[in-house]
Design a binder for this molecule. Structure first.
Ligand code: ZN
Length: 130
């Protein structure tokens, strides 16, 4: 799989360097905040709603919409014959979690596996310490 390096370990997530945070992100964030204030035109309720909408849409850009993830979960449930990709035991139809193999590659059929919540938490803890 493309998201795995030669030794089979997960690729590290792309992270901004200190320089990129200062030179790229900080000015962008300042422009976004200024633009939000400008278009809100002093209406604190509109300003609040714009901030909230922007945060939600940015999350969708990164994670896909809830409807997209629901369809993906249903696809993975069928593909994995209702078995957890970590422990191999039967998954409930609800309260399952999509685990991205490589966070950078997003929520796609090829880049996710469906797992139990508890298996997901344990796996994330394990990865942190390896
Ligand atoms: Zn499991």
């Amino acid at each position: 799989m493309a998201s795995l390096s030669v030794d089979g370990k997960h690729m590290p997530k792309p992270k901004l360097t200190t320089e990129q945070r200062e030179q790229l992100f900080a000015p962008l964030f300042d422009r976004v905040k200024a633009e939000l204030a400008r278009i809100a035109g002093g209406d604190v309720r509109v300003h609040w709603a714009l901030r909230r909408k922007l945060a939600k849409e940015l999350t969708y850009l990164e994670r896909g919409t809830p409807a997209h993830r629901k369809r993906l979960k249903e696809g993975k449930y069928v593909e994995q014959v209702a078995l957890c990709a970590i422990c191999g035991r039967v998954l409930p139809y609800k309260n399952t979690e999509l685990d991205r193999i490589d966070a950078f590659l997003g929520y796609t059929l090829a880049n996710t596996r469906l797992v139990h919540h508890t298996c997901h938490i344990a796996d994330q803890k394990r990865k942190k310490y390896t």
